[in-house]
Ligand binder design. Structure first.
Ligand SMILES: *Cc1c(COP(=O)(O)O)cnc(C)c1O
Length: 475
């Protein structure tokens, strides 16, 4: 399997080359040259694999369709090491539980940091370690986080050979639980840098450091952001696992609703559907930052400025642009790289928006690709959290609540699966606002706020961050 850029760069690459890269050289995103097709017979076999051999083997069988430059035995071992009941809490790894009739929650947030990003990041940690060892290379991951991504990356990379993490976060702005999760890590290869500023300052620093090509090369700087194809690919697996649990036979269709920000999670659903998984609808749920809902309603994709980006109670969906969206638009435009480049390379840079409303292909987003969308606000979130608690005794997090609210508006005859993207304990303040009581806390997180913290506070100054990296990367 070879990978191409959505903007038409002539190079074709193999999986392990793009694993350690971010964007393609022309600024595009990597996608496979084609989506492997799963026949209904093969789907039956995969159902049996999940039921009798478990999630790790299912992951191996799906990943191996896209990865041919890691020997099968090694890839199988990497999957087996990643997806264990010990790390993810249950043998099913992503168990489904019913809410109201025909509506299910798929638990993706029982990994080490209690958010769905663990599903992909844990695999990425093992893939990075494997590939770096094979090349005798090292990597220093530099990132910016407002919470979930940074902690998932740190828990995936802690103690790994050849990898260091330098994670910037806005000083004092993450929830106390999120701070405790990250800063209590004592692993030598994990470095927390709290920046005196906001999340945008952290992102600007990462950009400034990455734009210094000399520094970047000398100190082997890399990233783990959500545009990484390996992350997206790992997420494809739980659409299959969710489908098998929600359906009784492969004749049945299932829909998914996905709390969305950067379009990474739901883009994996798109890939699964393109492979032939019988998905009826893919419903995009946004919060007040409704870039994606606006697109699917109108065809207008309009990037927000920072003044226009709201701080909400589902903060992991507070985005101004959806960094994975270009992948879907590339497919929607019939894989026309020149057209994709004109939109994402030219129009967005020039006007901050583009409009596909008048393009006949736009109608196919729903008709051919199954996409629908909806939006949820703070008031909706509170009402949904209250409702699921009072009627079903189920406590759900703020992001998942956005999903449930929108899912209910898009129900058809087929089962609807809402992806649970985090546990309520991560966003305790809003749960208390909704329910007047503190969220449930998994036993292993008792008292983490009191643990010793390992964090370096720094002004919003790229030079100081560079100096810190240079002093701590063992060169
Ligand atoms: C990251 C995140 C999302 C958004 O996922 P995307 O892949 O960016 O669309 C939703 N909910 C939670 C809890 C997250 O951490």
């Amino acid at each position: 399997m070879l990978y191409l850029s959505t903007r038409g760069h002539p190079d074709r690459k193999r999986f392990c080359d793009i694993l350690l890269e971010g964007l393609a050289p022309d600024g595009g995103l990597y996608l496979p040259e084609h989506y492997p097709q799963i026949s209904s017979e093969r789907l039956g076999e995969l159902r049996a694999v999940y039921q009798s051999q478990g999630y790790a083997e299912l992951a191996f069988q799906i990943l191996s369709l896209y990865i041919d430059d890691i020997p099968a035995a090694d890839l199988r071992a990497l999957c087996a090491k990643t997806y264990t009941a010990e790390v993810f809490g249950t043998a099913a790894i992503v168990p489904l539980r019913p809410l109201e009739d025909g509506l299910w929650l798929e638990a993706l947030s029982n990994g080490p940091t209690l958010a769905f990003k663990d599903m992909a990041m844990q695999l990425l940690g093992n893939l990075f370690e494997y590939e770096l060892q094979r090349r005798g290379a090292q990597l220093n991951i530099l990132g910016a986080t407002s919470g979930d991504t940074g902690s998932a990356a740190e828990y995936a990379m802690r103690g790994k050979q050849g990898v260091r993490v330098f994670m910037t976060s806005p000083h004092g702005r993450m929830s106390p639980f999120q701070q405790a999760q990250m800063f209590s890590l004592q692993d030598e290869n994990i470095h927390n840098i709290a920046i005196e500023g906001v999340f945008d300052d952290c992102q600007d620093i990462v950009k400034a450091v990455s734009n210094d090509l000399e520094f970047k090369r000398k100190y082997k700087i890399g990233t783990v952001n959500s545009i990484n194809w390996a992350r997206l690919l790992a997420q494809v697996v739980y659409y299959f696992a969710g489908y098998f649990q929600a359906s009784s036979s492969n004749a049945q269709q299932v829909s998914f609703t996905v709390p969305s920000g950067n379009f990474g999670n739901i883009c994996a659903g798109h890939v699964a559907r393109m492979m032939g998984l019988p998905i009826a609808k893919l419903v995009v749920a946004t919060n007040e930052n409704d870039v994606l809902d606006e697109f699917f309603r109108t065809g207008v994709y309009r990037v927000r400025g920072s003044a226009d980006t709201h701080e909400t109670s589902s903060p992991s969906m507070d985005i101004s642009k959806a960094s994975n969206f270009e992948r879907f638009v590339f497919d929607l435009l019939g894989r026309d790289a020149a057209a994709t480049r004109a939109l994402f390379g030219d129009a967005l840079g020039r006007d901050g928006r583009f409009d596909l409303g008048a393009n006949p292909l736009f109608a196919q987003a729903a008709a051919r690709y199954g996409f629908e969308s909806g939006k949820s606000t703070h008031a909706d979130r509170l009402a949904t959290i209250r409702d699921t608690w009072q009627r079903f005794g189920q406590m759900i997090d703020t992001h998942t609540a956005d999903g449930v609210k929108v899912a209910r508006e898009h129900r058809g005859a087929e089962p609807m699966v809402v992806l649970e993207t985090a546990l309520p304990i991560k966003f305790a303040a809003t749960i208390e606002e909704a329910l007047g009581r503190a969220p449930e806390r998994p036993a292993r997180f008792e008292g983490i706020e009191a643990l010793p913290k390992r964090v370096q506070v720094m002004p919003a100054d790229a030079q100081q961050v560079k100096a810190y990296i240079a002093a701590h990367c063992g060169e």
